[in-house]
Design a protein around this ligand. Structure first.
Ligand SMILES: *Cc1c(COP(=O)(O)O)cnc(C)c1O
Length: 368
């Protein structure tokens, strides 16, 4: 059995490179690649991932919030960074760190132009987001005239790109809906170019969009989950490699008699003698309480060990009754074989949620 010392998240940069190259192989050579590194690069390590991809000449990064972009600049990232969801209160730091805001409503566009005028900026790069059916953030087609007149009034900003986001790019049952979104985006782009008088970059596809809608790659694509090793389908997953492995260690083994209980609220009561292992990972590390009571599991010595009772803040107890193992042995929460997607499925969740929840206190180890 492999030994371990503490809970760690291993990040495999070779796998990242493989995924980047695989996704790029789906694009025309002049299509740009934006790497989405929001939420600590989906729970891995945004600075490490971004630096590595910067060396591989990725064209753009995206984060959700200004603070995430500031952290990347501090880590030496000089590649353009799009901030998907900036707030007006952060415009000053946004611009101070050369972060490019996505503006999605008349209100926030006006606020940014007001700010840019006060700061005497010249042609500061902005990105305009259009809603084509996700109904989350974005201008509508009817906003184009208003946008154009605002943009024409001043030279303080310049629209570097216009973009939209697919609502169900991974779901081929929704193909008609997605094709409709793509068509709406084309109409919007044409109207925009006419109204404003120049053509910014266009982009629409996330990872599943890249894989399922080659006709919608436009000038750039935005990939997150694919870089981290998931393609949202059994077929696509085979071509990608999960970059993150979450591993922990058996702190202690207990022999529980029939009738005893395990953990808080006595949520597991034993009907037979069982052997349990206590592991130093809990809901504060990103393994939510929903994984308790037999739903989630770890892998020890190649075998499934289900979580017994409630997940504690810092620990879980797992059933190792039929597993040959001892204190100090490694337990795998997920890795390239026992994937985060499979574990997330046990609680009707998705790899995105489980990965991005891995807390910052878990030690990251970068494999080069
Ligand atoms: C998070 C995000 C992405 C990345 O999506 P993946 O499915 O992880 O590739 C792309 N675009 C926008 C607007 C996003 O918010």
């Amino acid at each position: 059995m492999r030994k371990a010392q503490e809970t760690t998240l291993e990040i495999d940069l070779k796998a990242l490179k493989h995924n980047f190259e695989h996704l790029k192989s789906k694009l025309d050579s002049n299509t740009k690649f934006l790497a989405v590194v929001k939420a600590f690069a989906y729970g891995s390590d945004a600075c490490v991932i971004a630096n590595y991809l910067q060396d591989l000449k990725v064209d753009y990064f995206a984060v959700a919030y200004v603070n995430e972009g500031i952290a990347l600049r501090a880590a030496g990232i000089t590649t353009p960074i799009l901030v998907l969801h900036p707030q007006a209160v952060n415009f000053k730091t946004c611009v101070a760190h050369c972060l490019e805001p996505s503006l999605y409503s008349s209100k926030i566009l006006k606020e940014f132009i007001g700010f840019a005028s006060a700061e005497k900026l010249h042609q500061y790069p902005i990105h305009l987001k259009f809603n084509t059916g996700l109904n989350r953030l974005g201008f509508g087609v009817n906003d184009i005239h208003g946008i154009a007149s605002q943009l024409k009034k001043s030279a303080v900003v310049k629209t570097k790109s216009i973009f939209s986001h697919l609502a169900a790019s991974e779901d081929l049952n929704e193909k008609e809906f997605s094709l409709n979104q793509i068509q709406s985006f084309k109409t919007i782009s044409e109207k925009f170019v006419k109204a404003v008088g120049y053509k910014p970059m266009l982009h629409m596809c996330n990872t599943s969009g890249i894989l399922n809608y080659p006709e919608a790659h436009f000038d750039m694509v935005r990939s997150g989950i694919g870089l981290y090793g998931f393609g949202n389908s059994t077929v696509e997953n085979k071509n990608l490699k999960p970059i993150a492995s979450l591993k922990t260690v058996i702190s202690q083994i207990h022999h529980i008699d029939k009738g005893e209980s395990v953990g808080y609220n006595r949520a597991f009561k034993s009907e037979l003698p069982v052997k349990t292992a206590t592991l130093p990972i809990g809901h504060a590390d990103g393994i939510g309480r929903q994984y308790g009571k037999g739903k989630g599991f770890v892998t020890i010595n190649g075998q499934k060990a289900p979580i017994l009772g409630n997940v504690c803040m810092d620990m879980i107890m797992v059933n190792i009754t039929n597993i040959n193992c001892e204190e100090g042995d490694e337990a795998i929460v997920f890795d390239a074989q026992h994937t985060s997607e499979n574990l997330a499925e046990t609680v009707n969740s998705i790899s995105y949620e489980l990965l991005s929840a891995i807390s910052q206190r878990v030690k990251r180890i970068v494999l080069k």
